[in-house]
Structure formats: C-alpha cells, structure tokens
Design a protein around this ligand. Structure first.
Ligand code: CTP
Length: 431
C-alpha cells in the first residue's frame, strides 16, 4: 500500500507565511542587524510592521526600515495616521507576535515594571498576553548583561509570559568581548520559526546520528564516504522546532549546529557507537541518519605507511563495525516501547525491496529509504517511509521540508502507541 503524505509539491519552506509580526527596535548598535532580520522575516513569508523607539532612530533611520518592510514605520503614540489615534491598540491586536530586536537593558527594565511611556512599551503592555506573543532579543555590553539586575529581569520577563531569546558571545561594539551581543539575524529567524512550530514532540528526548564516519588507515589517511550530514542536521532542527530536547552525534562534517541542539562531534564508527551509548539511556527517540562505515582497518598504523619501492600496495585487514542502529533497536528500551528507533537506508536501486528487507533485518518500526547517489551532498531529497503497515512517499523537497514532515510522521506513530508502551521504561546496553 502506497500513499502520498501531504504532498503539496512545494520545494521551499515559507515557514512564516500568514504570520504578521511587529518588529520593535530599541536603542542599540545591534539595530543594524534588525535590518537584515526584517528582510529575513519577509523572505520567510511574514508581513512585518516596524515600530521604533526614539533611541533606535539614533542608530538606524525609519526610512531604511520602511524600505525593507514595505510599510510606514511607527515611532510615536501620537501618530495621526491612525484614525482613532490608538496605534498601540491597533498594531498590537493585528500581530501574531511582537519581536523586540534589539531589546536594550533599559527597555527590558521598562517592560518589567509595566511602564508605557512610548509607543513600543505601550504596545507590549497593551497586547493580549494569551494571543499575542512577546519575543525579546537582548543586546547589550557584557557587564550590563552579567549584572544581577539584568539577569533578574530575564527571569521575571519569562515569568510574565515573554520569551527571551538567547544572546551571542563575541566581540562587542564597545571593544570588549563576552556575552550580550544580539543573536545573528539567521539565528533569530530560526528561533522565531521554531517558536511558531507545533510542539508535536514536546517532552521527547531525541538522539540523532548524522554524517559520515572516518576510519583511519594511518595518521594521514582514512576511509570515509560522501554523506554530507545535511539530512540529519535538518531532522535535528525540525525535532527541536517540534519541542524535543535534541542531541546530535555528528561525524566529520562542516555544518553549523542547529539552534538549541546539543552536539557531540565524533570521527570513527567506534567513537559514534560510544557517544550514542553514553546518551541512549535518556533518549526516547533514536534516528540513525549517519552513513556509518561498515568496516574499519583492523590495525591502523601509528605512523604514515610509506611506499617500500616494491610496487606492491600494502595489504589492509578489516574488522566489521558494530551496527549502532541494530544495537539500539534490539535494546531492552526499544523492545519495551520506551525507545522509538528510526533507521535510514541509502540505496542505489530497488529502493522498496532493499529498504523493506533492511527494516526487518534491523528490527526498526520505521525505516526511511532514499536513493543515496541522488541525494548525497544535495539540499533536496525524496523519501520512502516503511513501517509495518506499508509505505508512504514523501516527494522531492528540500531536506528541511522533508525533515519536518518526517518529524510529524514520527509523532503520529508515537501517538499511536499504547499508554502501557509509553510508560514502560527499559535499559539500553551495547550487546
Ligand atoms: N547503521 C548504523 N551502524 C552501522 C551501519 C549502519 O547505525 N554500523 C545505520 C545507518 O545509520 C542507517 C541504517 O543503519 O540508519 C542503514 O545503514 P546502511 O548503510 O544503509 O545499511 P547497512 O546495514 O550498512 O547495509 P548495506 O550497506 O548492506 O546496504
């Protein structure tokens, strides 16, 4: 039985389509990044209404923000463009969220006290808390950030229903280095998209392997493969968006860590096995996307192997690597239904037959098949999901779009498990 899972045919995600955001700028040098953020939000499908404080207008002009957002910018509660003169009510009612980026230390303190002496703070206070979210992206000098008053304010802001996005670490405009920089626009975009995503994996602990492994022959050579890790990283991002705690065990790849994901870098299959087993105890979902080497040189040389002039290539002996997925799929936790295992199969031909056979051999409830040579290193893929009921196609789309659909499919299957299965816990051990 084959069915098409929510095939919409789109290849790119417009994650914020239909969302209307108020982007509030307060006084800080990070206002220059708000211009980029505004573009990124619009590119992701949102409509953006910019509101600036007087101090923000010292750093970037309303003209720039108007040009980028395509809407007149509001800076004053006395704005006569609003027929009822109530810009704070009108603008806050039509928004899905107010995003304050940058949010200065002073503006945070103001929010805490419920002060409302300019349009932006007035809007924050006047917004219907249950309907219109408030996200703040702090930006300040490291000493200001570390000050107990600021730290206290973060806690209280969260308690009052705001979502405080993190801060970056690094060189600051004042010449000092430390915590307090505003997050980069692409990081803020990732967090805002995650904020709106349905939390279908809330409470789940997801462990993911990704990328290739590298099996050393000697200190300068080794055996690896063409896996880029992109699918696994996209799934890590999608799972975090869906509310899970995510740990990513990554082979040698040069990809940025998705926001909010814990990452452990490993090299060889043995390293990967060790890293996975250390973390498997607390996992509730295991997703094996890594292209783990099947064999490793049995006795890697401690020194570089030199040509000996005989014209003969060195003879290499190989040992088989432990199958990480099969080990976890046959663990007590998985058998008891406390660990849901998802495998991947990268095939070159006869996808359905090969993937079906692999699912049974590895004893996983869900196996995801794809054609390896068509997808290695690419941003697009097409997936074939196999479980005990049959197969489901996820047609060609970007890896991130597919990852989000896969997360949804996993959540549906986990939801279908019986309460008895969900409450049972087992121990995971390497066999
Ligand atoms: N896998 C694993 N540990 C290994 C080998 C594979 O965890 N030592 C996992 C992969 O991450 C993937 C699945 O098993 O989820 C299938 O991997 P694949 O390389 O396609 O399968 P193999 O078992 O190696 O079978 P073959 O190479 O014969 O197709």
């Amino acid at each position: 039985m084959t069915n098409q899972a929510n095939a919409t045919g789109e290849s790119e995600a417009l994650e914020l389509a239909g969302k209307h955001l108020v982007l509030g700028l307060t006084g800080g040098i990070a206002c220059y990044k708000a211009a980029e953020l505004c573009r990124a939000l619009i590119k992701a499908g949102a409509t953006v209404q910019v509101v600036m404080t007087e101090a923000a207008a010292q750093f970037i002009t309303p003209v720039t923000m108007q040009a980028l957002s395509g809407r007149p910018v509001y800076t004053s509660q006395w704005d006569s463009r609003e027929p009822n003169t109530m810009a704070h009510i009108n603008l806050s009612r039509e928004a899905d969220a107010l995003v304050i980026a940058p949010c200065s230390a002073d503006f945070m303190a103001k929010l805490l006290h419920g002060r409302a002496d300019d349009l932006l703070s007035l809007m924050c206070l006047a917004r219907p808390i249950g309907k219109v979210a408030l996200l703040v992206a702090p930006a300040m000098n490291r000493e200001m950030y570390a000050h107990p008053a600021t730290q206290r304010n973060f806690v209280q802001l969260e308690a009052d229903g705001a979502t405080v996005l993190g801060v970056g670490n690094g060189f600051q405009a004042c010449g000092e280095t430390g915590d307090g920089r505003m997050l980069e626009p692409e990081q803020l975009l990732e967090d805002i998209i995650a904020f709106f995503a349905p939390k279908v994996l809330a409470g789940q602990q997801v462990l993911i392997t990704a990328g290739p492994t590298y099996e050393a022959i000697d200190p300068v050579r080794g055996i690896t493969n063409l896996s880029s890790g992109k699918m696994g990283f996209a799934i890590a991002r999608a799972a975090r968006e869906a509310g899970a705690e995510v740990t990513l065990v990554a082979g040698p790849v040069s990809l940025p860590t998705p926001r909010g994901v814990t990452r452990a870098d490993v090299k060889s299959a043995l390293n990967m096995l060790e890293a996975v087993m250390e973390r498997a105890q607390t996992a509730t979902i295991f997703i094996a996307t890594a292209a783990v080497a099947d064999w490793r040189p049995a006795a890697p040389s401690a020194h570089k192997i030199k040509k000996d002039g005989s014209g003969q290539a060195p003879q290499l002996e190989f040992s088989e690597n432990v199958d990480i997925l099969a080990t976890l799929a046959q663990s007590a936790a998985a058998q008891a239904g406390a660990l849901f295992c998802v495998g991947f199969a990268a095939e070159s031909h006869d996808l359905l037959e090969n993937a079906q056979a692999k699912r049974l051999r590895k004893k996983v409830p869900l196996l995801v098949g794809n054609i390896g040579p068509d997808t290695f290193g690419q941003d697009y893929n097409a997936l074939l999901l196999l479980d005990e009921r049959g197969s489901t196609e996820l047609p060609r789309a970007s890896k991130l779009v597919l990852a989000r659909r896969l997360v949804q499919e996993i959540a549906t299957r986990m939801g279908a498990r019986t309460p008895a299965q969900l409450s049972t816990s087992g121990k995971v051990s390497a066999s």
